[in-house]
Design a protein around this ligand. Structure first.
Ligand code: MTE
Ligand code: MO
Length: 256
């Protein structure tokens, strides 16, 4: 069963790569993120280009067994409704509080931007789409790692349900706290990039990003944005403005 899943997934990845064509692999200029004139950031660009070349042969993050699952610290925002937390949003925090009180029955994920049919998804709708479960190692840039099982819907499935415009290149995640981050289409369509609503066989706990977080398994921990409210597809690179990790001193590309 496991092997068959893996084979299907690898084939899925190859199909994905074929359909992307030379887009990211050849590094055509629109797909290369800016380095913001910082010399140190040139290393990110090299990492980005190297990883995209490696991906042409197909690359999945390692998956583990149930017995490997470890305990995970909750890091960064652990509850967007808590006004004492550093990244509290005065605008979205109270909204999150109401959704949490209603057990996220009224939660809607908005998918917008460079798609043919912008729309929202309830949790029930997301759960009706084909799911993927994966046991992976989270690697935080602070140095700790932890292994968990994640269940969710591939981001690719959700984007395709909205009709990805051929000009689309990047996907930005807008959470309920004061943060934002983006990935390129290559990572967005990667078979292990999922919108997770389950963790270790249960509903995703609040502190780990309820009701929905993304798992970007080929990058460091901070790219796996928790508490998703909106997903914005764009043709050009968006740094997320002052909420974006890039303007707050983080590498945009954190491939591992
Ligand atoms: N919305 C949001 N997403 C976030 C963060 C955050 O503070 N807010 N922290 C990031 C960081 S630095 C890490 S390591 C992981 C931590 O996930 P965990 O709390 O489930 O361990 O979430 C990432 N996603
Ligand atoms: Mo982190």
């Amino acid at each position: 069963m496991k092997t068959r899943e893996l084979v299907t997934t690898r084939r899925g990845l190859l199909t994905g790569l074929a359909s992307l064509g030379g887009l990211a692999v050849t590094g055509c200029s629109e797909t290369v993120p800016p380095t913001y004139g910082n010399l140190l950031r040139m290393g990110d660009l090299l990492n980005y280009k190297a990883q995209r070349l490696l991906l042409s042969t197909g690359s999945l993050a390692r998956e583990y067994d149930h017995r490997d699952i470890s305990s995970v610290p909750a890091v960064g925002t652990t509850d967007p409704s808590d006004s004492k937390q550093g990244a509290f949003s005065a605008e979205r925090g109270p909204l999150y509080d109401r959704l949490k009180a209603g057990a996220f029955q009224d939660y809607r994920l908005s998918v917008e931007g460079s798609v043919a049919r912008a729309r929202t998804f309830s949790l029930a709708e997301l759960k009706r789409l084909p799911s993927r479960t994966q046991i992976t190692r989270h690697m935080c840039e602070e140095g700790w790692t932890a292994i968990s099982e994640w269940t969710g819907v591939p981001l690719r499935t959700v984007l395709e349900a909205c009709g990805i415009r051929p000009s689309a290149r990047f996907v930005t995640f807008r959470p309920f706290d004061e943060q934002a981050d983006s990935i390129d289409m290559f990572d967005a369509l990667h078979p292990q990039t999922i919108l997770a609503y389950g963790m270790n066989g249960r509903d995703l706990p609040i502190q780990h990003g309820a009701p929905l977080r993304v798992r970007v398994e080929k990058q460091l921990g901070y790219k796996s944005m928790k508490f998703l409210q909106r997903i914005v597809v764009s043709d050009g690179f968006e740094d997320g403005g002052k909420l974006g990790n890039i303007q707050n001193g983080w590498s945009w590309y954190a491939g591992i």
